[in-house]
Design a protein around this ligand. Structure first.
Ligand SMILES: [Fe+2]
Length: 497
């Protein structure tokens, strides 16, 4: 079944808000942030980056593993201020791709803004033009479509030789892997142009890529099955009542697995002109729904319920012989990390959100569920890419005490069967970003490296650290320093070569 034109139009239309842009004086968010930055060095992570960054050679301390050669790409919000307007949410900033090129004992860095349609139009106009995910101001117009305000700022993946910057409410953007020039939206098929495409596709060991998009205004999940050669094999719009917000998903050998947190998209709030994030209502009295979708038929074959929780990210899922599906994810008791913490940090205010934990879930074939928590605040879980959809035993995450204030964070590996962990903390005023596990060629799960960036707020520079992935407590094997800071980003991936 293919998408109907009506479904495409529904899903492609963004929050069509009443009213139009009108002149207004700048609010105080920019001034409040500048004042707070003088007192809190860690807010350096939320300062806008210049549009281009280049460093021919980072300074390396320690012994960089000779086998670890390739490019580490990252993406994240980087333009938080447009003229005098400062966005009201961390997720609003326009995306910037960072590339760390590693080889022959040297590391070089390049950063380039993703030249989205939105970015180009705003550069031409010299001002911000439309409402964004978390910012709705009188001087901004209602967006005409989600594609019109695509900031391509969440993830960057390489598949079938194509590098793509990903948002989640509209198209992926193709990026030149060498120059980081923007190549334009990736159109999988004409009727899919402008449709939501997740920031978290899952690539299976054979190269197959699964993705999805959620359209709360149309109550749809759009499913994508992309072959190892990069061509679309199938797409389907799956009606899901009250689909809410679905940032990430999972695959097993036979199924796609979606957890739907009980967060309701309120169309009355849309009509009132609120920012997209403010149109969501948390319903803690409702369960989190789990949908299990058959990969062949792309239909829902099982449903489960879990206690109310909010989840951005999953490590991995796999299926046992009796049909039990097991997965791990980062459990948030509620969505305040999105509705408060990552919003008010943009004006320098600390609004801590509840502690997270690694949640291990079993979904029995007859509909039963079982959960277990591994304590310790985490985010950004990653697993061995060769284990996606297959049984895995290890997950690497960022230890995240706080996004604001004086964070002391690090990295942690959980060995899931034993329930044991291995971790490293970087120290005060070090803001730790997602770390990716890079397997050693032909190595077993865990043999290889953990690679990631951190912002040293006191020194005012970003560093790239590499660990032996089985010996985190021993500290980094090597650390490479940029001469400048990078704004805190979201996700990335290592491409060997
Ligand atoms: Fe994400």
């Amino acid at each position: 079944m293919t998408l109907t034109r009506r479904q495409a139009l529904l899903a492609g239309s963004a929050t069509l808000l009443a009213g139009s842009a009108r002149a207004a004086a700048p609010d105080d968010w920019s001034a409040a942030f500048r004042a707070a930055l003088k007192e809190q060095p860690s807010l350096l992570g939320y300062v806008s980056a210049p549009p281009q960054l280049d460093c021919a050679e980072l300074t390396i301390e320690g012994r960089w593993p000779a086998e670890l050669a390739g490019t580490f790409y990252r993406n994240g919000p980087a333009r938080h201020d447009v003229g005098e307007l400062r966005y009201h949410h961390w997720f609003d900033g326009d995306g910037m791709i960072q590339a760390f090129r590693i080889g022959d004992g040297r590391i070089a860095h390049r950063g380039r803004m993703v030249q989205t349609d939105k970015y180009r139009r705003e550069i031409a106009a010299g001002r911000a033009l439309e409402h964004t995910f978390g910012t709705s101001l009188p001087q901004l117009a209602p967006p005409t479509s989600a594609a019109a305000v695509n900031v391509a700022n969440i993830n960057v993946i390489s598949h079938a030789g194509r590098l793509m910057a990903l948002w989640e409410a509209a198209d992926a953007y193709g990026i030149d892997p060498q120059t980081l020039d923007t190549l334009g939206p990736v159109v999988w098929r004409d009727d899919l142009k402008g449709m939501p495409f997740s920031a978290h596709p899952r690539q299976e060991p054979d190269g197959t890529l699964w993705s999805f998009g959620y359209a709360p205004q149309a109550d749809l999940l759009v499913l994508y099955h992309i072959g190892a050669d990069g061509t679309l094999k199938a797409a389907k719009a799956l009606p899901v009542p009250d689909v809410g917000m679905v940032h990430d998903f999972m695959v097993t050998e036979r199924h796609l697995v979606f957890l739907l947190p009980p967060i309701h998209y309120d169309r009355d709030k849309v009509r009132a002109g609120l920012a997209f994030v403010d149109c969501y209502v948390w319903r803690p009295d409702q369960p989190a729904r789990v949908l299990v979708v058959d990969k062949n038929s792309l239909t829902v074959t099982r449903r489960h319920e879990l206690p109310a929780c909010f989840v951005f990210h999953y490590g991995n899922a796999f299926e046992e012989a009796d049909g039990t599906i097991r997965f791990d994810c980062v459990h948030h008791p509620d969505p305040r990390v999105m509705t408060e913490t990552t919003r008010y940090v943009m004006r320098g205010e600390a609004r801590p959100s509840p502690a997270t934990a690694t949640m291990l879930v079993r979904l029995g074939p007859s509909g039963t569920t079982d959960t277990r928590m591994l304590a310790g605040g985490v985010e950004f879980p990653r697993v061995d890419p060769r284990r996606v959809g297959r049984r895995h035993g290890r997950v690497w995450s960022v230890l995240l005490d706080s996004l604001v204030g004086a964070p002391s964070a690090g990295v942690i590996r959980w060995d899931l069967e034993a329930g044991t962990s291995d971790s490293h903390r970087f120290g005060p005023q070090i803001l730790v970003e997602e770390h990716v596990y890079v397997p050693r060629r032909d190595g077993a799960e865990g043999e290889g490296w953990l690679l990631g960036t951190h912002l040293d707020a006191r020194a005012g520079v970003t560093r790239l650290a590499v660990f032996d992935a089985l010996k985190l407590a021993a500290g980094p094997l090597a650390v490479a320093s940029l001469p400048y800071p990078l704004p805190l980003g979201l996700h990335g991936n290592f491409v060997p070569g």
